[in-house]
Design a protein around this ligand. Structure first.
Ligand SMILES: Cc1ncc(COP(=O)(O)O)c(C=O)c1O
Length: 383
């Protein structure tokens, strides 16, 4: 007899991870592969973080911490909100998590019931949908495109034919890098307050912007849950450390969930992350590299026939329309990988309806890799 597998576990794969596996398999056969598929900085955590980690290994027990995280780090983050956003946040409201991925699970469980309706701005980071689905929350797709710069607006939200319990926003977003313009951002947050829609604002790409600095939803909506991470701007992807800022009345609820689900976030990562705030200058140098990579791609891709992409206001992605070449972006990405050794991600990871016409390039790599990637793409498209 075959015992059952739970229906709730039948979520879609995270396609980028599948592409990365294929790319790694090719690398193991000796092929030279350029990785523009995964959204992770190609530079390690700053030196001061590594030094603190070495000391922690020698001198600390590295046991469990409080489920809500080390108070030193929570206080440091509270100061970060004051310094970076001019926004006063008590450290009691800052909760350290196992990556922002851990924060999604905690936040969704704490505010959504089974059957609640949560709006997702599509194209979207796929894990939101898959986590919500696994815990029985209904996802309502809010399709956006070039006409609204791939972000929602009040008009789009007003046109929805159901009452939302929650809305997930990300500005800058993954996969497009587009940002919600300042006045619209405030309007959306006010609209959600009026309509009693719980906002979850994924602010993981804050710090990586190419024009206006991103604003935090905390400034406009006191019920919003803010999610952020040390993975992107702070270059600590594999340290699995993130945080959230939540309204006072959710702290104890989330503490109970965190105690049971995770016990505590990784101790060594928490101890080390306190030092990352001494290194903002180094981290900003990475952002200059991303800006250079972005410029190269924006100038060179049109020359090889890829003229249409979403506005990359921030993050390190270019969401490129490849509909002149295919309506099957997954096969296109597989062919590009096997024929010219370039790993990129099909849009189907982010949008099951229109993503077959898009691919996502991550430009968090070195500038030389990005330039080489363009040559490989050109070779593929012009053969
Ligand atoms: C928009 C967005 N949110 C969250 C995550 C997950 O990040 P973490 O490493 O903090 O779990 C990613 C990773 O790519 C992302 O792009």
């Amino acid at each position: 007899m075959v015992l059952k597998v739970a229906g709730r576990s039948q979520v879609s794969p995270f396609i980028v991870m599948d592409i990365m596996r294929m790319a790694n398999q090719l690398s193991m056969t000796g092929r030279d592969i350029i990785h523009l598929e995964v959204g992770q900085p190609s530079t390690p955590a700053p030196r001061a973080v590594l030094e603190t980690a070495k000391t922690a290994l020698d001198q600390s027990l590295l046991g469990y911490t409080d489920a809500l995280g080390l108070m030193d780090l929570r206080e440091r983050l509270s100061a970060h909100y004051q310094d970076y956003y001019n926004c006063a946040v008590s450290s009691d409201r800052v909760i350290i998590t196992t990556g922002s991925s851990g924060a999604f699970l905690l936040s969704f469980l704490s505010v959504f019931e089974v059957g609640d309706k949560v709006g997702l701005v599509v194209p979207t980071y796929p894990a939101y949908r898959n986590i919500l689905k696994a815990i029985g929350v209904e996802v309502v797709d809010i399709h956006v495109g070039h006409e609204s710069d791939f972000q929602p607006s009040i008009e789009i939200l007003e046109r929805m034919d159901c009452k939302l319990d929650g809305l997930i926003i990300a500005s800058p977003s993954n996969p497009t890098g587009s940002m919600i313009k300042k006045p619209i951002f405030q309007e959306i947050l006010d609209w959600c307050s009026r309509k009693e829609v719980r906002v979850i604002s994924d602010e993981i790409y804050h710090g990586i912007t190419y024009g206006e600095k991103a604003e935090t939803a905390l400034s406009y909506n006191e019920d919003a849950i803010i999610i952020n991470s040390f993975s992107k701007y702070f270059c600590m992807t594999g340290w699995r450390l993130g945080w959230m800022v939540v309204p006072d009345n959710l702290v104890r609820t989330i503490e109970r969930l965190a105690q049971n689900l995770f016990i505590s976030p990784p101790a060594i990562s928490q101890l080390s992350a306190v030092s990352v705030f001494e290194c903002l200058g180094d981290l900003d140098i990475n952002v200059l590299r991303y800006a250079e990579n972005r410029k190269i791609l924006q100038e060179e891709l049109p020359k090889i026939g890829l003229r249409k992409f979403a506005p990359t206001d921030g993050a390190f992605y270019l969401y490129v329309d490849v509909s002149d070449y295919t309506v099957d972006s997954f096969s296109l990405c597989q062919n590009i990988l096997t024929k010219v050794g370039l790993a990129i991600t099909p849009g189907t990871d982010f949008d099951s309806r229109f993503g077959n016409r898009y691919v996502r390039l991550s430009f968090a790599s070195s500038t030389s890799n990005v330039s080489l990637a363009i040559k490989r793409l050109e070779k593929f498209l012009t053969k």
